[in-house]
Design a protein around this ligand. Structure first.
Ligand code: PMV
Length: 374
């Protein structure tokens, strides 16, 4: 499959105005994406749990406009106009216009809100970009009367398959990891020779056995530092060019994903923990060994990691951690251990969170349309 499969033929319908609302979750990578080529193509495949509670809800209103030379849109977060969000969306529209040729025909109002606080250190780009991509796909569906472009028959299983893959493809052009938020519960992005259907262009559902041990896996996000990230992920990805350990890292990510296939089949949680904790620390090791180097973990991040290791050693409970590009810690554990782990978190880890804040989340199943009238 290539980018060409997502360029539509002329649309059959002419629509004056309408609106769509979608909610889309965040996701947490188990094998990390860090380093990319042009057009948000990842240097290595990644895999993530889709989350459920941490999500963005976006309503997209659209109405036909006279002048079709430029993009025209307004953005609101929780009802407040956010002109500082506009450059990112303008860049996004520029990148996707060839795939959604109607973008300059409408004025858009984008109203968005997150279930997690804006300043929580939880990136809203994955949930935000995927929610917007779903809304835009709903507009395309309306314009094409739900009839698939001709490429669909050859390359996609059904119109829904086309819809989700194109939404993921578009979301990727907004923010790489956003392509893993369209569906759940376990999503692969990036071509891996052992994973059928995996693609650099969009996220796909993990196609093999996913052991019961991982069903309803829990993710309690400890908010260690709610501030804005000091180094953006765009800058971080770019520092993987000419990074002394880059090639080895990309190879390792492929191998870790390969090992996870067996682990997801057997349900071996100890082997799972070894991979995901190593992935988290490797991600941060890449940051610490790039030039310029930087550190996103905080002293409390390390305190929490050490406490988790001690707790695991003493109780034998399979509680583990992962990190994204920030100081917050994602505590991952099976559903059957919720009571003991939450007690441990309350007694021993909350003290390291900013204002004692944490968010309980669980593996989820991706974006949902909230209103179907338009
Ligand atoms: O999607 P981006 O460009 O914000 O990059 C996300 C990178 C990590 O969150 C650190 C890892 C990942 O795979 O999600």
């Amino acid at each position: 499959m290539t980018e060409q499969n997502f360029i539509p033929k002329a649309y059959s319908e002419s629509i004056e105005k309408g609106q769509f609302t979608w909610s889309s979750p965040s996701n947490i990578a188990l094998v990390k994406y860090w380093g990319k080529k042009d057009d948000q193509i990842p240097r290595n495949p990644s895999i993530s749990f889709t989350l459920d509670n941490c999500k963005t809800t976006t309503t997209l209103r659209f109405s036909k406009k006279e002048n079709q030379d430029n993009f025209s849109f307004d953005v609101f977060l929780d009802g407040d106009k956010k002109d500082d969000f506009k450059p990112k969306i303008e860049t996004f529209f520029n990148r996707i216009e060839v795939y959604l040729p109607f973008l300059k025909e409408y004025h858009f109002t984008i109203e968005t809100s997150n279930t997690f606080p804006h300043s929580s250190g939880i990136a809203s780009s994955a949930s935000g970009m995927s929610a917007l991509a779903m809304c835009l796909m709903s507009v395309e569906k309306l314009l094409s009367n739900g009839v698939a472009p001709s490429a669909v028959e050859e390359s996609f299983k059904s119109y829904d398959d086309y819809f989700n893959k194109k939404a993921s493809f578009l979301a990727r052009l907004g923010s790489g990891s956003a392509c893993r938020s369209i569906e759940g519960d376990l999503i692969v992005w990036g071509e891996h020779r052992e994973i059928k259907g995996s693609s650099d262009l969009f996220g796909t559902k993990y196609p093999y056995k996913f052991h019961e041990n991982f069903k309803n896996y829990q993710d309690t996000i400890l908010l260690v530092d709610k501030g804005e990230k000091r180094v953006s992920s765009t800058v971080g990805h770019n520092l993987m060019h000419n990074h002394p350990f880059a090639e080895q890292r990309f190879k390792q990510a492929n191998e870790n994903l390969y090992k996870l296939i067996e682990i997801f089949k057997s349900g071996d949680i100890n082997a799972f923990i070894e991979i995901i904790e190593s992935e988290a620390l490797t991600l941060h090791a890449m940051m610490m060994t790039s030039l310029p180097y930087f550190i996103l973990m905080k002293p409390n991040t390390l305190e929490i990691i050490n406490k988790i290791w001690l707790f695991r050693q003493h109780t034998g409970l399979p509680v583990s951690f992962t990190l994204d590009a920030g100081a917050n810690v994602h505590v991952l554990y099976p559903e059957k251990d919720v009571a003991s782990v939450l007690e441990f978190i309350k007694n021993e880890l909350v003290a390291y969170c900013e204002n004692g804040h944490y968010i309980c989340d669980i593996i989820g199943f991706g974006a949902k349309q909230l209103k179907i009238d338009n």
